[in-house]
Design a protein around this ligand. Structure first.
Ligand code: KG4
Ligand code: ZN
Length: 345
């Protein structure tokens, strides 16, 4: 099925064309440089930029896919979770298009989209992911462990009690004046740091469940930064200290993820694959650690085929709509389609 998909859940305006799990085009117009100076995403600025860009992003997705409007069989759109003003733009545009072109609409959960990004096919190499699978979703808004059962039925096993892992990266970057988003820059600095110099706590080590938490680690890092500044008598940390803090943060944050994934794998011996998706899946150090865990537990390991499929994008929404449809999901009635900012899986 050839689907035109749209995602405007946060600060990326994205449209894509997919044919079943095959990605024919995936256009992402990032707003990050507009939000950067505010240190995070400003919802109404995001809305205005989505409105200005959405139609041209859709046109570009169509022309890059070499698919004509007449060949599009359905529209898929993210209806949550995300920023309400931002989601509204994708939904309003979808309704206009569906009415203009008489097309059915599939409403997709953004998090199901991130999981589906692992199933997305670029080029011709098939991705025969064996289910049930364990999916680790690590983005700026979410940290979740999800059981992907047969027919793409999803069950949340654990989630963060406070900050998401990507958010923790972003907050650390803010404390160190490294700009926004924090993930990529913290990851690069961590490569040159000593990860064991500072004694930071591994989050949620004794929780006995599959939940995550990053606020304790954030506070420990804040204390450490203040102590280092006091000791040196200057309000600025040197480059080596910044690198060591980033490395220490990554070591314990990743350790926490690895321990939870291992616990889930032990509790669910039926799983055959491990999937990792969301913006933080772009982190090569975490990928390498989870690849090792997969090997130890005899699981096949999948992450999205490229970086564009890791961060927010519309192709994953099209693939999720396709997987949902194969599992028996129906299109939505346009009158009932509305944004659900706090939507859960
Ligand atoms: O999935 P995503 O694009 O947006 C949300 O739905 O949240 O994820 C964005 C998050 C940001 O917090 C960003 O700092 C983080 O992903 N991120 C990374 C890396 N690249 C992006 N975190 C760690 N390492 C990276 N290489
Ligand atoms: Zn996302």
């Amino acid at each position: 099925m050839i689907i035109l998909s749209i995602d405007t859940s946060c600060d990326d305006t994205s449209a894509a064309v997919t044919d079943d799990a095959h990605v024919l085009s995936n256009v992402i117009s990032s707003q990050v440089r507009y939000h950067k100076k505010y240190g995070g995403v400003v919802p109404f600025l995001a809305q205005r930029l989505h409105r200005e860009r959405i139609r041209s992003v859709i046109q570009l997705a169509l022309s890059r896919s070499r698919v004509s409007w007449n060949e599009i069989e359905a529209v898929a759109v993210t209806y949550g979770p995300g920023l309400a003003p931002a989601l509204e733009v994708g939904i309003a545009t979808t309704k206009e298009l569906a009415r203009e072109r008489q097309l059915p609409v599939y409403a997709v959960n953004h998090m199901a989209g991130h999981i589906a990004s692992c199933f997305a096919v670029l080029g011709t190499r098939p991705r025969d992911i064996r289910l049930p699978a364990l999916a680790l979703l690590v983005s700026g808004g979410h940290t979740e462990l999800v059981l992907v059962k047969d027919e793409f039925r999803l069950e949340v096993l654990g989630e963060t009690l406070d900050d998401a892992l990507g958010e923790a990266y972003d907050k650390l970057a803010k404390m160190l004046n490294l700009g926004y988003p924090g993930g990529p820059v913290v990851a690069t600095l961590a490569e040159r740091g000593n990860s064991t110099l500072y004694n930071l706590p591994v989050p949620m080590q004794k929780s006995g469940d599959l939940n995550f938490s990053y606020s304790g680690l954030k506070n420990a890092v804040r204390l450490l930064i203040n102590n280092l500044k006091e000791l040196s008598g200057t309000p600025i940390l040197n480059q080596q200290q910044i690198q060591d803090i980033c490395a220490g943060f990554e070591r314990v944050a990743h350790q926490s993820v690895v321990e939870k994934v291992e616990m889930a794998a032990r509790l669910h011996p039926e799983i055959k694959s491990l999937l990792m998706a969301g913006g933080v899946a772009a982190n090569t150090a975490l990928r390498a650690r989870l690849r090792r865990v997969s090997r130890q537990y005899g699981l096949a390991f999948y992450t999205p085929s490229n970086q564009k499929l890791c961060t927010d994008n519309a192709a994953m929404i099209g693939v999720a709509a396709y997987l949902g449809r194969v599992a028996g999901q129906s299109p939505v009635a346009l009158e009932t389609l509305d944004r659900m900012p706090g939507l859960h899986l």
